[in-house]
Design a protein around this ligand. Structure first.
Ligand code: MD6
Ligand code: FE
Length: 213
């Protein structure tokens, strides 16, 4: 880690009640996160899950931690095992766990212990339609979301799907921590614009850390 002294404190931007954007917070650990991600993906490869309605998701996903988010014809849920390999999800690397805890602390959620990390990969044209994250057992814990690689437009809506979302550009290293009043806000990612990023190449990686169990 770089010295904490002689550097600017991370920019802390309140984006909604209970939601904070920490611009560039993950930049110092980004390469380590990518190296650890490669080991996870070697065991639990990215795959395109199918929604309960039968649509193939354009975002490719995998997980690490005690539980992983999965979707299939039966619905959305957290599962201790990877349905593709029938093995447990890979353990959460210390680099992942520590980044999530320190970002949460920085945003006013001390004591955050992630037990699940959903890993999203967006290639050009991939998008995530407006949704709520509501498969976790306890909504008091925040979600910590880390963006790596190509920038994406994050859509941050309200309590109803019909609320017109705000659009925010998330760049590599940006971390969003949200909980509290907006924990169940609708949100999504607009279709990824093509590009080439030194960290990831032609894609965007998003890590979302949750306390799922
Ligand atoms: C993404 N993020 O940034 C998708 N969910 O690629 C999410 O769906 C998300 O950023 C819950 C909390 C924070 C998030
Ligand atoms: Fe989400």
């Amino acid at each position: 880690m770089d010295s904490l002294f002689g550097e600017e404190a991370p920019a802390r931007e309140a984006i909604a009640e209970g939601a904070t954007l920490l611009r560039g917070f993950a930049n110092v650990s980004a390469q380590r996160l990518m190296d650890d991600l490669a080991k996870i993906v070697a065991v639990a490869p990215f795959r395109h899950m199918v929604t309960p309605g039968g649509f193939r998701m354009s975002v490719a996903m995998t997980n690490c931690g005690q539980a992983g988010w999965v979707s299939d014809a039966k619905g959305y849920r957290y599962d201790a095992g990877d349905p593709v390999t029938r093995m447990a999800w890979p353990a959460m690397p210390p680099s992942f766990h520590q980044l999530a805890a320190s970002a949460a602390r920085e945003a006013g959620y001390p004591g955050f212990e992630a037990d699940a990390c959903l890993i999203n990969r967006y290639q050009p044209g991939a998008r995530l339609t407006l949704h709520q994250d509501r498969n976790e057992r306890d909504y008091r814990a925040p979600i910590v979301s880390v963006s790596l690689g190509l920038p994406a437009v994050f859509l941050f809506g309200g309590a109803s799907r019909k609320d017109r979302p705000r659009r925010m550009l998330l760049a590599s290293g940006d971390v969003v921590v949200w909980g509290g009043a907006t924990r169940l806000a609708y949100h999504g990612i607009a279709s990824l614009k093509d590009g080439d990023h030194p960290l990831t190449g032609r894609c965007r990686i998003n890590l979302t850390f949750r306390k799922a169990l």
